[in-house]
Design a protein around this ligand. Structure first.
Ligand code: COA
Length: 356
């Protein structure tokens, strides 16, 4: 057999990470930030009235008190369009060159949801596509947007993270129902210069499909269009919480360190660590391992839960609105999700950014 490759088939291919470095001329700069939450709040007490759980267990084990749940008539595109509009207002732009929607809960399998959102925003004929990377989807999408800007393919990109997680959560499953919530957040990125405030630093991102089953929706995809046993299709998120917890702490810690190093910073330089809101204990474990004081790690999980791809832009938006993010701060944005996937980037928080 000819030896054309050093890779053996029984040996997993390991792609630990990819790093992109924006050029001086065309780095992606944050100029707009917006978010939207559906109005209905579901408290832990509401959940405990129909599920074998308690307010105390959810607060202490996850850090959540309540989450927002969209009404049945609302789809992910509705949440995304509202957040996108707010981000464009925040950026004071009426047009963008591309729309990327990070989501695990598209309106339909086909077509993608991003063109619907672009249409709703009056952005007819701009390229628009969905990106699926679980809870890391938003940071993945900003990485792709930065690449488009870096290459000169797009000057300004609207990046949205939006989820109607309630559409894929089994309300009788106590290992997922308390965790997830609905919402959307968005940013506008435009061409800027590296090292300018607001400019995204190098992105560090990766995946490990060995753990694909740790968070998944079993049926409805091409692997299992329907339940092979002939029973009811399982179209809900199923999760091995312990496995996810362990890997989330490890990967978020690692990707944060790598991203800080890629930016030429040290961990002590971090003014704000924006961590995907999966579980308050995950964020605390990461902060503890990296010796980052907890007051530098903003959180909104208590009131919104885990909103998957919407989590990071929602937290950025809420932190900017309540003053926890201020101009000149060194910010690290870091995430982990189904796949597994992980991603992180850095930026100096810009002046004059008004979140909407
Ligand atoms: N209410 C009350 N008790 C519950 C419960 C609930 N909702 N869910 C589990 N329990 C019980 C278990 O049955 C178990 O009881 P036992 O000790 O009598 O057997 C006990 O609580 C501990 O269960 P365990 O699964 O070990 O809890 P945990 O501390 O690992 O917390 C998660 C479970 C799901 C909250 C946690 O693993 C987690 O957050 N994982 C990461 C999930 C995540 O972030 N997903 C998204 C990633 S992007």
């Amino acid at each position: 057999m000819p030896r054309t490759s050093r890779h053996r088939e029984d040996e997993p291919l390991i792609f630990a990470r990819r790093t992109t470095s924006p050029s001086r001329a065309h780095a992606a700069r944050l100029i707009g930030l917006g978010s939207y939450l559906p109005p209905r709040t579901v408290s832990n007490a509401d959940l405990a009235s129909r599920l074998d759980t308690t307010d105390e267990w959810i607060r202490t084990r996850i850090g959540i008190a309540e989450r927002r749940i969209a009404d049945p008539a609302t789809a992910t595109s509705d949440l995304a369009a509202e957040a996108g509009l707010r981000a464009m207002k925040s950026a004071e732009v009426g047009h963008v060159d591309a729309v990327i929607l990070a989501t695990a809960t598209p309106d339909h399998h086909v077509p993608g949801t991003a063109p619907t959102v672009a249409h709703r925003l009056g952005l007819r004929q701009v390229p628009a596509f969905d990106l699926g990377a679980g809870c890391s989807g938003f940071v993945y999408a900003t990485t792709v947007a930065a690449g488009l800007i870096h290459g000169g393919t797009a000057g300004t990109v609207l990046v949205i993270g939006a989820e109607k997680m309630s559409a894929v959560i089994d309300t009788t499953d106590r290992s997922t129902a308390p965790i997830f919530g609905d919402g959307a957040g968005a940013v506008v990125l435009t061409a800027g210069h590296a090292n300018e405030p607001g400019t995204l630093g190098p992105s560090v991102w990766g995946s490990d499909g060995e753990h694909a089953n740790a968070i998944r929706i079993p049926d409805g995809g091409s692997r299992r269009p329907s339940n092979p046993a002939g029973g009811v299709d399982d179209r809900y998120v199923r999760m091995n919480g312990n496995e996810v917890f362990r890997h989330a702490v490890r990967r978020i810690t690692q990707v944060t360190q790598e991203s800080v190093a890629a930016a030429g910073w040290s961990l002590q330089d971090i003014d704000r660590l924006i961590v995907h809101q999966a579980n308050a204990r995950i964020s605390a474990a990461v902060a503890n391992t990296l010796a980052i004081p907890v007051e530098r790690v903003p959180s909104n999980i208590t009131h919104v839960g885990n909103t998957s791809a919407a989590s990071i832009p929602l937290l950025l938006s809420h932190s900017a609105l309540d003053g926890r993010l201020q101009a000149g701060q060194r910010v690290v944005v870091t995430s982990f999700g189904a796949g597994f996937t992980w991603a992180a980037t850095t930026l100096l928080w810009p002046m004059g950014l008004h979140a909407r």
